[in-house]
Design a protein around this ligand. Structure first.
Ligand SMILES: Nc1ncnc2c1ncn2[C@@H]1O[C@H](COP(=O)(O)OP(=O)(O)OP(=O)(O)O)[C@@H](O)[C@H]1O
Length: 289
């Protein structure tokens, strides 16, 4: 039995001025994966290809163990998607939209939908097209979870959403993950969401995955170390990723290893500071720029 909820291999999509991939990405069952990247790095393009709204040029996508394209209806019934797809239906009210959407999902839970409408203080009789940006996002979010999907693909689900509703969304996503069998791929620019919800992080830059890591490894591995001198043979150490002067400090992505080597060279360590998730992400963004 597969443990992979989403497996992308060798994915490529080429526009005239932008290329996505080649790219591999995996979301294991029971995990939340963050897809992070600057504006225009290709996040929405990736989501749309997975949802088969956009055609890929190369590669394979397996969703819940099956080829997405060959099992499109069955696969999509197990997916909840947020990604600005509802604009063409702006003339419908939220409730009318729900009626249409529920038709596609055998597992649609009308009671849960009603509960979520009142939880997010939504007016079901409001026309979708007349809703504010944040209200549209909330509506999309509610639609995406009302059929109890197995995997959520969420492209900036909290963008423009007020802080109270953001908190409620985080609570609902935490609840969604509770049985250990569900999965989420989430793109966001909000670091708190990554810290609170995600297990793994993929960094996307100009269409390429430049780094992927387990969130909890950051604290163990990354550190800034203040030292008195740097031995000549450690200057090009593969795990020393940055050296700053005045005062002399090194940044490492393998703290244990580098600390041991510094100690074996009798280098005095005056201070150690673990890096935050933001600092590590900034490091990669700057490195690639
Ligand atoms: N239909 C299209 N034709 C040509 N280029 C496109 C098309 N759609 C998207 N692009 C380009 O693909 C690139 C990636 O866009 P995408 O929307 O995937 O980025 P993103 O990471 O989601 O950005 P943001 O964080 O701003 O939402 C951009 O340079 C964009 O101009």
């Amino acid at each position: 039995m597969t443990t992979s909820a989403l497996e992308i291999k060798g994915l490529e999509k080429h526009y005239k001025k932008f290329s996505l991939g080649p790219l591999d990405l995996q979301v294991e069952k029971g995990t939340v994966v963050a897809l992070l990247g600057g504006n225009g790095s290709g996040k929405s393009t990736l989501f749309r290809i997975v949802m088969n709204i956009l055609q890929k040029d190369k590669g394979s996508i397996s969703l819940l163990g099956k080829n997405m394209k060959e099992n499109e209806v069955e696969s999509k019934q197990k997916v909840g998607f947020v990604g600005d797809l509802l604009e063409p239906f702006g003339h419908l009210t939220i409730k009318e939209l729900a009626n249409h959407i529920s038709y596609w999902y055998p597992t649609w839970d009308a009671d849960y939908f009603q509960y979520l409408l009142s939880r997010y203080k939504m007016d079901g009789n409001e026309k979708y097209g007349k809703c504010s940006k944040g209200t549209k996002k909330k509506a999309e979010f509610i639609f995406s979870i009302s059929h109890h999907p197995e995997i959520l693909l969420l492209d900036e689900p909290t963008s423009g959403v007020d802080v109270v509703s953001q908190r409620k969304m985080k609570e609902d996503l935490t609840l969604f993950m509770e049985n250990g069998e569900k999965s989420i791929l989430l793109s966001t620019h909000i670091m708190e969401e990554v810290k609170q919800l995600c297990d793994y992080i993929y960094l996307l830059d100009e269409g390429k995955i430049v780094y992927s890591f387990e969130k909890d490894d950051i604290y163990d591995s990354w550190a800034r170390i203040w030292i008195t001198e740097i031995p000549e043979n450690l200057k090009a150490h593969p795990n020393i990723v940055h050296v700053a002067h005045a005062p002399l400090q090194i940044t490492t992505n393998d703290f244990q290893q580098v600390q041991q080597e510094l100690e074996s060279h009798n280098v005095t360590i005056s201070h150690i500071q673990r890096l935050t998730l933001e600092e590590v992400i900034e490091y990669f963004v700057e490195k690639n720029n």
